[in-house]
Design a binder for this molecule. Structure first.
Ligand SMILES: Nc1ncnc2c1ncn2[C@@H]1O[C@H](COP(=O)(O)OP(=O)(O)OP(=O)(O)O)[C@@H](O)[C@H]1O
Ligand code: SF4
Ligand SMILES: [Mg+2]
Length: 365
C-alpha cells in the first residue's frame, strides 16, 4: 500500500486492490464480514412407539444474506417465522441442516470445536430474555468477566478494570459489579448482557429481540445504546425483532422473513417507504404513525402464520395475501431484484408497487 497518508488517490488504490468499499456512512470497509447462503434448518418431528421421525419443522428454508463490517441488518417477521433459528444457526449454536456460512472468508460450518470456540470471540449473541440468559448465582462482575477468563484474555486486576470499564460503557455503575442479576431492572439486565457480549471485542453481534421483554419506555434507551456501540466500535449487528418500528431507525438494511424464508430485503428506507412485498406492507400497516391526522391505507393480517411443518404451496404467504392470484398457489416466487439493491419474492411486485420510488415511478402494467 503506497504510504499511510490519507489522500484520495491512496483510498482509490486501496479500494481497487483489496476490494474495499465505502459503506453508507462513508467508512472504508473490506467487503463482506458475513455471508449466509441457502441456509436450511429442519427440526425433526418424532412420534409413535419407536419415536420415529414423522415429519420436519421447516424453521429456516433457504435463507441467504450478507453483512458488511459495521453494518446493521434488521431481521423482522412474526413469531415463529424462523428469526431466532436463523441467528443461532449462523453462530452454530444449533447445527444448520444445510447451507453455507462464511465469516471473514472462513467457512464456519467446516470448523472443528476448538476453531469454532476461538471464532466465537468475534461473534456474540444477546438474548431476548436477559434474566434467563444470566446465571442468577453469579455476580455481575463474574458474568461480564467470564468470557475474558474462558478465552484467557485478562485476569486479576486487569480483568476487574476491563469489567468496570465495560459496565461504565453500558451505563451501569461501579458498585453494580458485586450485585446479582435479580437486583436489577429488566433494562439494566439487558445492559449486563450487552456488556458481556462486548467483552471480547466482537465484530458481529446477533441481538435476538433484545428489547421485546422490556417496557416501551426502556426499549428506546437500549436500542440507542446498541446504535452508539455500533458507531463507536464498528460492530456489525443482526438485530432481530418482530416489530418493524424497533429496527427501522437503527438498521442499514432490513430483511423481512415469513415462514422460514426472506421475502424482502433492501435498505431500511426502501423497505419502510417503498415496500415491494405484500407481507412487508402488512407489517408496516401495524406500525403506529406518530401524527394522528395522517391517514394511511391499512392491510390487516388475518389468521396465524401457517405451520412450518406443512407450509402452503407456491407462495407461502398466499393463504393470507389479499392480492393472491391462481399463479401464487402453484408457483413459488423467486427472490428477484425489483429495483437496484431491492429484492422481493412476489410474482406481482411491479404490478402492485411499481419499480421505482413512489414519488416519480409509475406503477408498471
Ligand atoms: N428446537 C426446536 N425443535 C423443534 N421446533 C423448533 C425448535 N426451535 C424452533 N422450532 C420451531 O421453528 C419455528 C421457528 O422458530 P423460531 O424460534 O426461529 O421463530 P422466531 O421467528 O424467532 O419466533 P419468535 O418471534 O416467537 O421468537 C417455530 O415453528 C418453532 O416452533
Ligand atoms: S406471490 Fe402472490 S400470494 Fe405471494 S405475496 Fe405476491 S401476490 Fe401475494
Ligand atoms: Mg425468536
Amino acid at each position: 500500500m503506497p504510504g499511510c497518508g490519507r489522500n484520495d488517490r491512496n483510498w482509490i488504490y486501496v479500494i481497487l486492490q483489496f476490494g474495499i468499499s465505502l459503506n453508507k456512512r462513508g467508512v472504508a470497509v473490506a467487503e463482506k464480514l458475513l455471508e449466509v447462503k441457502d441456509m436450511v434448518k429442519h427440526f425433526p418431528v418424532r412420534g409413535g412407539v419407536f419415536s420415529r421421525v414423522r415429519n420436519y419443522v421447516r424453521a429456516v428454508d433457504g435463507v441467504s444474506f450478507d453483512l458488511e463490517p459495521g453494518e446493521t441488518l434488521g431481521l423482522v417477521g412474526e413469531s415463529g417465522c424462523g428469526k431466532s433459528t436463523t441467528g443461532r444457526a449462523v453462530l452454530r449454536l444449533i447445527e444448520p441442516t444445510s447451507g453455507e456460512v462464511s465469516f471473514q472468508g472462513t467457512d464456519v460450518c467446516a470448523l472443528n470445536r476448538e476453531s469454532m470456540r476461538r471464532l466465537r470471540r468475534e461473534m456474540q449473541i444477546i438474548f431476548q430474555d436477559p434474566y434467563a440468559s444470566l446465571n442468577p448465582r453469579m455476580t455481575v462482575g463474574s458474568i461480564v468477566g467470564e468470557p475474558l477468563t474462558i478465552h484467557g484474555i485478562a485476569k486479576g486486576k486487569e480483568k476487574e478494570e476491563k469489567v468496570a470499564s465495560l459496565l461504565h460503557r453500558v451505563g451501569l455503575r461501579p458498585e453494580h459489579i458485586r450485585r446479582y442479576p435479580h437486583e436489577f431492572s429488566g433494562g439494566q439486565r439487558q445492559r449486563i448482557g450487552i456488556a458481556r457480549a462486548l467483552a471480547l471485542n466482537p465484530k458481529l453481534i446477533i441481538a435476538d429481540e433484545p428489547v421485546s421483554a422490556l417496557d416501551v419506555s426502556i426499549q428506546a434507551q437500549v436500542i440507542n445504546l446498541l446504535e452508539d456501540l455500533q458507531k463507536e466500535y464498528g460492530i456489525a449487528f443482526v438485530l432481530i425483532a418482530h416489530d418493524l418500528a424497533v429496527v427501522q431507525h437503527v438498521s442499514d438494511r432490513i430483511a423481512v422473513m415469513y415462514l422460514g424464508k426472506i421475502v424482502e430485503m433492501a435498505s431500511a428506507d426502501k423497505v419502510v417507504m417503498e415496500p415491494k412485498h405484500p407481507y412487508t406492507e402488512a407489517l408496516l400497516s401495524a406500525v403506529p404513525i406518530p401524527d394522528p391526522t395522517l391517514k394511511k391505507k391499512r392491510m390487516i393480517l388475518t389468521g396465524d402464520v401457517p405451520s412450518p411443518v406443512n407450509p402452503p404451496s407456491g407462495c407461502r404467504f398466499h393463504t393470507r395475501c389479499p392480492y393472491k392470484e391462481d399463479r401464487c398457489v402453484m408457483e413459488e416466487p423467486p427472490m428477484r431484484e425489483i429495483n437496484t439493491g431491492h429484492f422481493a419474492a412476489c410474482h406481482f411486485s411491479e404490478k402492485l408497487y411499481g419499480v421505482g420510488p413512489k414519488t416519480n415511478g409509475a406503477p408498471a402494467g
